[in-house]
Write a protein that binds this ligand. Structure first.
Ligand code: CMP
Length: 140
């Protein structure tokens, strides 16, 4: 069993897609081990995405992620990190609609930036991201 972090981003929360997205992962067989709504401060978003600090889109990413509430969850399942990445689809929602039309980003995202959902991309990032968002007491 493996755990991964997802964050339903401000665009998808605003579109009222939270329930549909969570349901998709439940239908796909994952167990929700923790769940909460939060709003990132600028400092928190910068720290969460620190690996991207030198990328040209870093400022835009931080601005977007602080623009409204997000819903974070820990999902557990076999090979969860890779399977969840497959279910969310490519980073760019426009590309996702071409290559993975049933993916979460194809269905609920707009483009490269407003792409509906984040998911940990490796064991290393999951082990940074999960305790960044959830304390031990919040995980069942
Ligand atoms: P996410 O999986 O949350 O991890 C990093 C995020 O950076 C990514 O999803 C995108 O939302 C964002 N991102 C990646 N490339 C670009 C880009 N070219 N322009 C804007 N945002 C980007």
């Amino acid at each position: 069993m493996q755990r991964t972090l997802i964050i339903i981003k401000p665009d998808a929360v605003q579109k009222k897609a939270t329930g549909k997205i969570l349901d998709r992962f439940i239908e796909e067989g994952f167990e929700i081990k923790a769940l909460k709504m939060l709003r990132f401060t600028e400092e928190q978003a910068k720290q969460f995405y620190i690996v991207h600090k030198d990328r040209p889109f870093y400022g835009e990413l931080v601005e977007f992620m602080t623009s409204g509430p997000v819903v974070a969850a820990i999902l557990e399942g076999e090979n969860a990190i890779q399977r969840v990445r497959e279910i969310i689809g490519p980073t760019d929602s426009e590309e996702a609609r071409k290559v993975a039309p049933n993916s979460v980003r194809a269905l609920f995202g707009t483009d490269k930036g407003k792409n509906a959902i984040h998911a940990s991309d490796s064991e290393e990032s999951a082990s940074y991201e999960i305790p960044f968002i959830f304390s031990g007491l919040e995980v069942v």
